[in-house]
Each structure stands twice: as C-alpha cells, then as structure tokens.
Design a protein around this ligand. Sequence first.
Ligand code: FMN
Length: 357
Amino acid sequence: MRIGKHEVPSPLIQGGMAVRVSGARLAGNVARCGGIGIVATAGIALNSPLYTGDNYFSAEPQALKAELAKAYEIAPDGVIGTNCMVAVTDFAELVKASCEGGAKLIISGAGLPMNLPELTAAWPDVALVPIVSSVKAAELIARKWHKAYQRLPDAIVVEDPDTAGGHLGDKLENIGTGQYDQYGTVRGVKAYMRDTWNLDIPIIAAGGVWDRADLQYALEQGADGVQMGTRFVCTEECDAADAFKQAYLNCKEEDIGLIMSPAGLPGRALVANVEAIRERDLEMTPFCPTGCLRKCTYKSDGERFCIVHALDRAQRGDTETGLVFCGSNAWKATRIETVQEIFDELFHSEIPLHVNA
Ligand SMILES: Cc1cc2nc3c(=O)[nH]c(=O)nc-3n(C[C@H](O)[C@H](O)[C@H](O)COP(=O)(O)O)c2cc1C
C-alpha cells in the first residue's frame, strides 16, 4: 500500500489510540512488521519527564518528538505517523511537532482537519490522511484543501461509528441503528475521489476488523486497506498498562457501550464504571489548568468528567476510575499476543489475499 511517498508491504494501519495506548512501542513494532505504526498525540506528555506537573501542554511537542524518536529506534526504516485530533486545542502544535519529529503521515479526525495542509506546508513529503465517517465529510475536506491549498488527501480513513473504538463521527442517536453502511461509504468516498478529482488514493476501512476473514471482507468490499485499533491492545507491545489489557480480556460483549464524552462526541468504551468516573470528578472542584479541548462540558459547566485524565488513569492501570476506550470487538480478545503474531495471522498465509485491482 502506498500513501503519498510512503509504501508498506501490508495494507494495514494501526489506529492511533490516545492517551498513550499507542505510543512508540506499539507504533514502532507495527512499522517493523510491515504496517503503518501510529503514535497517538493527545495526552502524550502526561507521563513524560518533560512534564513538571503544571500544564502538560507546554511539554507535548517535545514529548511527542521523543516518542517518535523511540518508535524509529524500533523500526528505523518503517513508516511511522501520528494521529492528531482536531478537537484538541494544541492541534496545530502537535501537527508541527509531528512533522519536525519525522512523522511520515498525519492521520486526523475528531473534527474535520480543514487547515491541515497549511500547518504542514513546510513538509510536503508528510502524507495527509483525514478520517471521515461520511462521503459528505470527504467532499468538504477535498474541496476546501483544493481551493485553499491546491492539495488533496493522500489517503482517507473511513471509520465506522457502529464498531470503532474511542470518539465516533456520528450522532449518538444514529449509532447502532443499522442505518450506517460502512463499505457503501468506503465505495462512495473512493468513487468521489476518482470521479471528481481523478485521484486513485487508498481508502482505508476502520472499525470492526479483527481477523483475516474481516480483512479479506474489507478488501473484497472495496477498501484498499484497513485501520485496526482494538486488536492491537492485547499485545505485549501495546503501551497501556497490563490492567488495561486485562480489562479487555475480562470483558463480555454486553460490557461494551456508548458514552457521551465531554468533548461533545459519542465514544465507545467499557461502560460499567462510567458512573464511578463521573462521581470521582464531580467530587473535585472543577479545575482545569489545561483547556485541552476546544469544546468541553467538564471545563464549561463541571458536567460529566475530565476525559483526558480519565483516559490517562486507565492507561496507567486504574480501570476503576479510568475510562477504557475500546471497539465493539474487544470481547474477542482471549490472550496477550505479539504484533508479529497478528501480522502472521493476517498476512502470511499460504492462501493469498484477494486485493482490489
Ligand atoms: C483505546 C482506543 C483509543 C482510541 N483513540 C483514538 C484517537 O486518539 N484518535 C483517533 O482518531 N482514533 C482513536 N481510536 C480509534 C482507532 O484509531 C481506530 O480507528 C478504531 O478503533 C478502529 O476500529 P477497531 O478498534 O474495531 O479496529 C481509538 C480506539 C481505541 C480502541
């Protein structure tokens, strides 16, 4: 799979997973195995020695560059990129730090990354990959990028709100209704880019891809590659604490649900402890030294909980009052495996995968 100037043997992107669920170790090992490894940028500095306990934002760019350097130690020639969320207030700084730190691509969602080409103009080799959940969102981005910056996406990730983990790109009431057509959207985005812009870029399906059969199905249904998040959590190399991985191993299908995030977006997570998370933060005086989100109901009116600290606690292993984001397939995890084992299962079979012409 080729995205911009960067080519990988296996058509697989490891989805960015904040806060530090996909750090250097996971991203580096995915890249070493022949996929695209993604360091999630949000909250990257929260456990960094560069953060002295005041406002972690000032430490984010340096911490991100250090994390990218560590990932490249694992896969010096690999394709490693970052995931930057439009919803965070240091989006521009994290995009620039990604480029300075050697990210080969930037995957960007949680909002429409309308000014991404402007932020990366000095680094033309960095491939730009927006995440969308509709053809309309892809149209808006392509039109704006073309008009304002004479640039178009190098690939597009189409993320399925019915299965993906973390923040989702649809209204809460629409999710799980059966209305959403994941591969219809993949084909729609592909056709739009071909017909309107004469551009044959990889369209990547994200959400619900767990095993080789799912991968095969995605390719048959018109995707050029897949982005997988949940499957990579229960790996030795995943950067989250063992207790986070254990929460996946212990969970049942009915433990996975939807929450309304303080960011104003729905999210998929393990939901049993959501009241405990909320109560913990409501007991504290609402105090936000950071202002990490453009829109945040915790900051504005003390409602719900602080999302970044809830995710940070979970990443460190506090699954009682931490928020464990996961995709709808988390219950399928039965053991801790290695990244290489996942690649072997997905790609190194005797029977070749049928890939789209
Ligand atoms: C723990 C977790 C954290 C995530 N964090 C982010 C994130 O920070 N930014 C983002 O764009 N997507 C995030 N996602 C979505 C993944 O990158 C990926 O697109 C999605 O989970 C794919 O579906 P799958 O988990 O079924 O493979 C997250 C997913 C999980 C499971």
